[in-house]
Design a protein around this ligand. Sequence first.
Ligand code: ADP
Ligand code: ZN
Length: 788
Amino acid sequence: AIPAWKPYSYRLDSDPPEYPQGCRVVVPVRRGWKVGLCCGVRHGDSQEDLAAAREFLDAAPALPTDLWDLGMWMSSYYMCPPGIALHSMLPGGFRPSLAGTLEPLPRLATHPIADIPGYVRPVVALLMKGAVPRRTLERVLGSSAEVHRCAGWLLDHNLVAWGVEVSREPSGRTTMFAELVADRPETKVSQSGARILEALQAAGGRSVVSQLLTEARASRAALTTLKRSGHVRLDRIVDASPSLRDGATSPLSLTPAQERAVGVLATAVLSRSFQAFLLHGVTGSGKTEVYLAASSVALERGLSAVCLVPEIALTAQMVARFKGRFGGRVVLVHSRLSPGERHDAWARATAPGTLVIGPRSAIFAPVTNLGLVIVDEEHDPSYKQGRDPRYHGRDVAIMRAHRAGCTVVLGSATPSLETYHHCLSGKYTRLDLPERVERWAMPAVSIVDMRVEPRTEGPLIFSALLRSKLHETVGRGDQALILLNRRGYARSVQCADCGFIPACPDCDVSLTFHRQSRRHLCHYCDYAEPAFETCPGCGGHRLGYGSVGTERVEDELRAILPDVGILRMDRDTTRSRGAHVRIIDAMEREDVHVLVGTQMIAKGLDLPRVTLVGVVNADTPLQFPDFRAGERAFQLLAQVAGRAGRSAAGGEVVVQSYLVDYPAILCAARHDFEAFAREELLQRREAGYPPFSHMVRIEVRCRTLPPLESHAEAIAHGLRATRRGSGGRFLGPAPPLLPRVGGMHRRHLLVFHQSRQSLHSWVRDGLAVAGEHPGTRMIVDVDPLETV
Ligand code: ADP
Ligand code: ZN
């Protein structure tokens, strides 16, 4: 994708497809070829000066009109060039790889060879057999400069043209896996080989090859060498993504609250007009069953539905329920599919009466006859895309439903304050499921004040209460979840003799110690270095470990529960495809009794034998100086607490905290969303934060400070010069919480306005006045979730 605001024009030498808009076409851009999306065809323009487009890749639009329009809306709303917005809607399988070729023109055959300089003749010899890939030329001639020189002469004499070779659409459903060989030889391996082995080890011994190589920053050749030396095995697996048991399930008899919600939704779906609902149901109230019933109303009439889930990896159970109910009409799309699988999924999505389920990008599935859009856990921050276009999947879902004229349901036990505010103002209709199904009780929550907990030797990880509850739970044969929102072993390492703390060379943060992979890792840019046992500064052996992470909690658990099956679920243990499903499956089959993990374990898990949830430190989200810190802390606690007691056996939650009188923690302990929202909305109104204003964050990045600061100042100047009406303000430029990430210094500005329209035009005009600043990078984030 090219960050262009205006379309480019090309000459067409052959007939375009019947509906050209949204079809992919190969076009020359600068010296190479790109796959572009056709905006339209004009007739009769003078075309002499235009370069020729190559070939259309589609006979029917890859982006049908409704999606094209949605993309143009995204481009304008999120202030992102249309080229990027539209391209981001197509799944990876729609981006074929292009390779340059040098093609002989007919005249070359008759050109007198004596006229051709000696250095060009080897190329001519090659061209006599037809087009030659650029790669081959480079190999034969030794350098791209030499290719340039030879091709230059031939191009100047109109004897050749640059062409392009389009690799076929990837197809099939196979994925290449690498696996550690159990009895590998002791032979020495190269440095990149060692990195691969390490990454494989960290991934639990098995990983998708493409992922593995990115992680280990290694080449395919290094992997092949390891295979030859007998360190790893490679295998190609057909449709390897494991899934949970998804045997057919029939509809449950609904609770009265579910019945009411389904009734309202069914009427809305059948009315075929835009209506937005918040399904506000406490954890365990059976929201999924409502989605299923509403979907079946749509599907039975040949209407399609799209269901967004936060991160597909974490919602395997939800997917299994949809598949169990609707079988082959369910199309699953997610980021871990191979390009070929995605291509298939996109093709299947167009059948009438299909239900597409997936993370945020599933909202771009080309379903026809859209009748229902569901956004489960609508408050979840993973719906926001962290790169351009920085769209929020929930908000795009609402816009798509609006344009399609259909029903949209946002579901959550802990709605975002934006959504809740829309309910209060009457924009969305609220449907409540105030109680758990089967009269299961909400779990009892105890808050442990860690400030007064007796000190122990080493770090204080478990309070006496949590320890005894763990023993009781496991003793009964029940299961427990232990949450700590920090991965790794310790947030930092420090030499007790000289005070040295390893830090990231590119970011302003200390490195996290990962014991299993024996590395110090930067959680912002993934920089890694081998861990040390002796301080590289003074040679000391006494190392102190900072705040604990999940790896250390796991160790501690193994120490206090020696004979119990324990697993850990965080980004480190779920890198390989299917790892999360294997973990959930082990919990479902009760092979494992304690699961420790980051926020991953707070989302969606529905395990009836979990009767205890422990929160090691409830304060982690509150330590961020962000206006949503309280909301995040509340959501995390309420959600993880909601994993407990999903059966008649009931459940309990132990929350450890040093900030025991914070409203977020107190309200979550009482399962009181209303009280939390009331308090929080009051504060937001006073401070003028969303939902009482709209917000854009502008960030500038640069390797050096002077251009960075002058660009940031220019933006501030632009905003001052174009300020409009009352109700607007901006903060900054200021260094964000991390002033430097990945070697780039950063400055940002936060712009607020009560009117969304004024905000957007103000930012647009302000940036126009600030002008272009080559050498710096600018990020415009509309409705940012991260504001520090
Ligand atoms: P939520 O998403 O609201 O937290 P789920 O949809 O995961 O809740 O439902 C919780 C559990 O209740 C699931 O195991 C589900 O099968 C069960 N359940 C849902 N509806 C009913 C019902 N009407 N009767 C009995 N069990 C139900
Ligand atoms: Zn870093």
